[in-house]
Write a protein that binds this ligand. Structure first.
Ligand code: PLP
Length: 426
């Protein structure tokens, strides 16, 4: 097992912020190791030029570096063909690309099945299609925060053309059984999409084992830079799809009245891509690989185990946390509230089955109070408003862990939380 204290030293921001700073907002964006920062600055210092266009050495080198980055990312997620990796800005753009391109093929009466635990980026792009008469259907969660597979199965019908689910919930931490869900989708002839924004950074992910048709994820949540993300898609599907955006790079030939498209993946990469971003993401992949994704996953689980232990030990009055307690099906995300004031009036059914009851110390106050102790957490709806409402609240506080977090960070979180709860209860 790597030394996690040592790993923290690879992240220069902690030297700059002071070694006592506790960053618990990696589900929003991760910090960057020096190797990633260096790969990006080296590109601009020594290799900068546009890709694909130049017949000169510098541009050829940049093109080669960009291509190698694609290969590296492809290997990292178990795709045998780098042509299946489309570089986009982020998971959000990848899912919008799918909504536009797959959406063109759908007709009124078709249905898209998602889950109530989706991030807005796997909800709103599909809502755009409602104007065409396409229906968005939600699978529910069970009281323990896991996906209700019976409910999901019961909502699959011949009208279900797309089944799109998050691999790991950014609020509950729930790891969904994507292989099983994929089988349900494919048995029904539906296209299966996985939002891997919270899984690819934290666990070994193999798109071919999962057998998803598409997967979306963001570089910035996995130690890479902002502005680069990935859409994985099976080659035969990408080849059949209409392009998303038009312009340079994505064409083969352009005439006055029509154009022909470049091969995949370039067909989906209109305009000058984020070359330095792709190179930075590749460096992030190298860094994660050097730790080992099994170790990354185990570390996340260990910190979650400690979180539940600290929860029991500190026994903070009114603390209510969400999501499964079984750390084998739990990403390193801990959302909680303190107190019991329901925002919309009590939905007794939800209270009875333990799903949630609301907040008394507002999560923003919890977050500000932790900030005063040098602990960064997020508060709000975490871009998952339908889930937040399903939990019968308007906001939660969320701590999320990554490779630079240590056991001491978790202990400090709980010590500070206990103090905050005491102050507010006076
Ligand atoms: N999906 C999930 C599960 C997320 O947690 C996030 C970001 O928090 C996204 C999608 C969107 O990621 P991005 O903002 O990088 O596009």
């Amino acid at each position: 097992m790597p030394s996690w204290e040592r790993i923290k030293e690879d992240f220069p921001i902690f030297r700059n912020l002071g070694s006592g700073y506790v960053y618990l907002d990696s589900a929003a964006t991760s910090q960057k190791p020096m190797s990633v920062i260096k790969a990006i600055s080296d590109f601009y210092l020594y290799n900068n030029s546009n890709v694909h266009r130049g017949i000169y050495r510098l541009s050829e080198e940049a093109t080669e570096m960009y291509g190698r980055s694609r290969e590296n990312v492809s290997n990292f997620i178990g795709s045998h063909d780098p042509g299946q990796i489309v570089f986009v800005r982020n998971a959000t753009e990848a899912l919008n690309l799918l909504s536009y391109t797959l959406g063109w093929e759908l007709v009124s009466g078709d249905e898209i099945l998602i889950t109530i635990m989706e991030h807005h980026s796997n909800i709103v792009p599909w809502q755009f299609l409602q104007d065409k008469g396409i229906k968005l259907v939600y699978a529910d969660i069970r009281p323990d925060g896991t996906l209700d597979m019976d409910d999901l199965q019961s909502k699959v019908s011949p009208r279900t053309k797309i089944l799109s689910v998050t691999h790991v919930s950014n609020v509950l931490g729930t790891v969904n059984p994507v292989r099983e869900i994929g089988k349900i989708a494919h048995d029904n002839g539906s296209t299966f999409i996985v939002d891997g924004a919270q899984s690819v950074p934290h666990m070994p992910v193999n798109v071919e084992t999962i057998d998803c048709d598409f997967m979306a994820f963001s570089g910035h949540k996995m130690l890479g830079p902002t502005g680069i993300g990935v859409l994985y898609g099976k080659r035969e599907l990408l080849e059949k799809m209409h392009p998303f955006m038009g312009g340079g790079e994505m064409i083969s030939e352009v005439y006055r009245d029509h154009s022909t498209w470049a091969d995949v993946p370039e067909k989906f990469e209109a305009g000058t891509p984020d070359i330095a971003g792709a190179i930075g993401l590749s460096a992030a992949v190298d860094y994660l690989r050097s730790i080992g994704m099994d170790n990354v996953m185990k570390h996340g689980r260990d910190l979650m185990k400690l979180t539940f232990e600290m929860e029991a030990e500190e026994n903070i009055p009114g603390l209510l946390s969400y999501g499964p307690r079984n750390t084998d099906i739990r990403g390193p995300v801990y959302s909680f509230s303190i107190g019991e004031i329901p925002p919309f009036g009590v939905n007794q059914a939800l209270v009875d089955d333990g799903i949630g009851v609301g907040t008394a110390i507002h999560p923003h106050d919890v977050a500000s109070s932790l900030d005063a102790s040098g602990i960064a957490v997020r508060s709000g709806h975490h871009c998952a408003m339908p889930l937040t409402h399903r939990l019968n609240t308007v906001a939660t506080t969320r701590a999320s862990y990554y490779v630079y977090n240590t056991e001491e960070d978790v202990r400090r979180l709980f010590r500070s939380l206990k103090r905050a709860a005491e102050v507010y209860s006076k």
